[in-house]
Design a protein around this ligand. Structure first.
Ligand SMILES: [Zn+2]
Length: 215
């Protein structure tokens, strides 16, 4: 089964993908990571110049990754396609055969709480969130002081969220029409969201999904 993770920034897609990956032994393909770690020389040159990598090159990098052996029995794709234009190319060039799209839904207010509550240890980089209500006054790993990243504020997040609403959310329609979208309520802890997702998988009509989950 090939999964695609979908949701607003800070919805928790990456965390959910990692839990699913671990339990079902699936590789995750995060677009951001893929481009950071690629050996593709052209990509590196664009990045070194601080320029955007042209879409066709990005598509070629994904195609190459999806041709590798470890993904032939399924994978979890995260972070692509992100715009209607990318989706068009994705479909035209038959980049991936997605079976299930996980639409992780978290209310805006909750997302904002996660953003403004994020703390990073100044010493070791450990990330904590005050919305977890664990009462850590300092880093539980090393005792370091908490710092707040300069872009973890409402104004910056609101801009990212608007980009998501205007540019990314529209592509969900395509997958809805294909009958591939599973809505997952994601406002509580990752393990709860994971359980919501598994329950939704078991109740779905997507061919082969229930069997895959129940092994
Ligand atoms: Zn620390």
């Amino acid at each position: 089964m090939n999964f695609l993770m979908f949701g607003a920034p800070m919805a928790g897609k990456g965390t959910l993908a990692n839990i699913l990956a671990e339990k079902y032994n699936l590789p995750t393909i995060s677009m951001g990571e893929l481009l950071r770690n690629t050996s593709n020389q052209e990509v590196k040159e664009y990045q070194a110049r601080g320029e955007m990598v042209p879409m066709q090159i990005v598509l070629d990098v994904i195609k190459e990754r999806l041709s590798q052996e470890d993904v032939q029995n399924g994978y979890i794709l995260d972070g692509f396609p992100r715009t209607p234009e990318q989706l068009t190319k994705f479909v035209e060039q038959k980049i991936a055969n997605i079976d299930v799209v996980v639409d992780l839904e978290v209310p805006y207010e909750r997302l904002l709480e996660r953003v403004t509550g994020r703390r990073t240890c100044k010493e070791c980089g450990y990330i904590y969130n005050t919305s977890w209500n664990l009462g850590y006054e300092q880093c539980p790993k090393c005792g370091g002081e908490w710092g707040i990243r300069s872009d973890d504020n409402e104004e910056t997040y609101k801009k990212r969220y608007e980009v998501y609403l205007n540019e990314t959310l529209p592509i969900l329609e395509y997958f809805k029409n294909e009958g591939k979208v599973i809505v997952v309520e994601g406002q509580s802890e990752p393990e709860d969201s994971y359980q919501n997702m598994i329950n939704a998988f078991k109740a779905s009509n997507i061919k082969g999904l229930k069997e895959f989950i129940e092994g």
